[in-house]
Design a protein around this ligand. Sequence first.
Ligand SMILES: [Zn+2]
Length: 80
Amino acid sequence: MAKQLKCADVDAKMRGCSFVAEGRDEAEVMKKAADHAKSAHGMAVIPPDVERKVRAAIRDTGGPQGVPGRDVKLGTSKLG
Ligand SMILES: [Zn+2]
């Protein structure tokens, strides 16, 4: 599922930032976020504690209704 990160969600310091990173998966979003942090916020590297905040702020871009975290489908696994 596609992922989305709002820079403003990462840290109070970023609250004025309107950048949104989108990607097919978390890795792609992280890459874009790292590029943005470098160019817009002067972070040559993302410190581990910031990376943790970034990962926590990443959301699913849910389907047409765009409701994050509401499409949990448990009990449908086909193992074996
Ligand atoms: Zn930003």
